[in-house]
Design a protein around this ligand. Structure first.
Ligand SMILES: *Cc1c(COP(=O)(O)O)cnc(C)c1O
Length: 455
């Protein structure tokens, strides 16, 4: 059909491998360093926290990593996800551009995050782990890992940032429905949590603090391992099912993108859609599209951060990673895209930015919600607050095409739906949703805390 809006693949077409961009990089990313010795970490340094299979995926340079059959079987619950052509939205914008979006909101948790939660739980189970610990902000990652834990018979303990725990009871209820134990962070169950509460009993929490708590209990209990929902190489690897499927679906539409867009918190859904396309470019097999990562102006690690070694958490327990960072003690101002409130950016995404392979833009939340509401009224799907940033960037590109009279093909990742985030839309409609900027002095302070590492 010439006016198709939904490109669907059969279950048998779920990718059989994950695509590893480390095989195609013109230059490897800088090594991850031990926080004490400042020497490159080895597998043994990471083994208290992660199962060996995931540690090996962190460093492998094999181009293709096989997806285990039990993982593919579970992926069938929602994969392949649909690729839509946003015909109604194109018409509304009056653009000659073709806009395609890959919709990851069809997973049980409502976002792309189960794509990595499932394999992470699988490898932990395989290595005899009994319990997984993690952190969650708004709750998307927590609910994804809770789902994965329930499917593989693993206990899951989740430290949820205090303010979200209090303000967003529905995500917590979802985690509990899947059988996870959800605690507000900072909590009195860890040394670091008790230290933070000692200094400020009403602390609202942050992702960095919750990571420290989750890492601490994994480090202290041999039966417990830690799971991270973004940032790490193996997480980005697992998300590449998104871009691989999108490539096949675009082929059904006889299309190849000129621009590929994803919102970026820690970088995983962005990498998921973008890396397979960057890879084809690096391999010289296809014209590399422009690749755009979109972040919030209030937490702009790629556009305003420094490319430097930093900790992944506030308690300074994690290895040091060279990345675009606002400083591990940076606390962003309150805004609605909870999944984009992280101080750093994944090492691989940061490295690609340094290599000039990707672009980055930042937008304020009001403009993002303006376009998201227009989008919902045309396409029906209500984007998650994080995903509104991708919608905004795709809209800006489509309007540029209109000004320039160019019929480019734009692909963006709609990383999740906003059904648990309607409070943000309520604020938007009541005029309470304000643009916020971070405090410049807070940024300067947090940057001054960056660890010293010899160049
Ligand atoms: C968590 C989340 C994000 C941000 O995380 P990335 O690792 O950068 O993808 C974006 N969109 C949704 C819907 C999320 O749940």
């Amino acid at each position: 059909m010439s006016d198709t809006i939904k490109y669907q693949l059969d279950e048998a077409r779920i990718p059989k491998v994950w695509y590893n961009i480390q095989a195609d990089l013109p230059k490897p990313p800088p090594p991850v360093l031990h926080p004490g010795t400042k020497q490159p970490v080895g597998p043994d340094d990471l083994s208290p926290l992660f199962p060996m299979a995931l540690i090996m995926q962190e460093v492998t340079t094999e181009r293709e990593v096989e997806i285990p059959q039990p993982v593919r079987d579970i992926y069938r619950m929602w994969r392949p996800t649909p690729l839509f052509r946003a015909r109604a939205f194109e018409k509304k914008l009056g653009t000659p551009a073709k806009i395609f979006y890959k919709y990851e909101g069809v997973s049980p948790a409502g976002s792309h995050k189960p794509n990595t939660a499932i394999p992470q739980a699988f490898y932990n189970k395989q290595e005899g782990v009994k319990r997984l610990s993690t952190e969650t902000g708004a709750g998307q990652w927590g609910s994804s890992l809770a789902l994965a834990g329930s499917l593989f018979g693993l206990e899951v303990i989740i430290y949820q940032v205090r303010v979200s725990y209090d303000q967003k009871p529905y995500r917590r209820a979802l985690m509990e429905t899947y059988g996870a134990n959800c605690l507000p962070s900072p909590s009195d169950t860890t040394d670091y949590g008790r230290k933070v509460l000692g200094e400020r009993p009403d602390h609202p929490g942050s992702l960095g603090i919750a990571i420290s708590e989750a890492v601490e209990i994994a480090a202290k209990d041999p039966q417990t391992k830690y799971a991270l929902g973004s940032v790490l190489n193996h997480v980005l690897l697992h998300q590449t099912v998104i871009g691989q499927e999108a490539m096949e679906q675009l082929a059904m539409a006889d299309a190849w993108p000129d621009v590929v867009i994803g919102c970026a918190g820690g970088g995983s859904n962005f990498a998921g859609i973008a890396f397979p396309f960057i890879g084809k470019g690096l391999q010289g097999k296809a014209k590399k599209p422009r690749i755009i990562a979109v972040e919030p102006t209030a937490c702009p690690s790629l556009t305003r951060g420094k490319y430097a070694y930093d900790f992944g958490d506030t308690g300074q327990m994690t290895p040091l990673v060279k990345m675009h960072t606002l400083g591990s003690s940076f606390t962003p101002p309150g805004f609605h895209a909870g999944g984009l409130r992280y101080h750093g950016m994944s090492a691989l995404v940061s490295h690609l930015k340094e290599l000039g392979e990707i672009e980055a833009v930042a937008y304020q939340q009001r403009g993002c919600f303006d376009t998201a509401v227009q989008f919902a009224r045309c396409e029906g799907i209500v984007p998650a607050p994080e995903a509104t940033h991708a919608v905004k960037a795709a809209t800006e590109e489509a309007l540029r095409c209109k000004r320039e009279g160019r019929a480019e093909t734009i692909l963006f990742n709609l990383s999740g739906h906003g059904h648990f985030d309607m409070a943000a839309y309520i604020d938007y409609f009541s005029g309470k949703l304000q643009d916020v900027t971070y405090d410049e002095s807070e940024l300067v302070r947090a940057m001054a805390d960056l660890p010293q590492v010899a160049a």
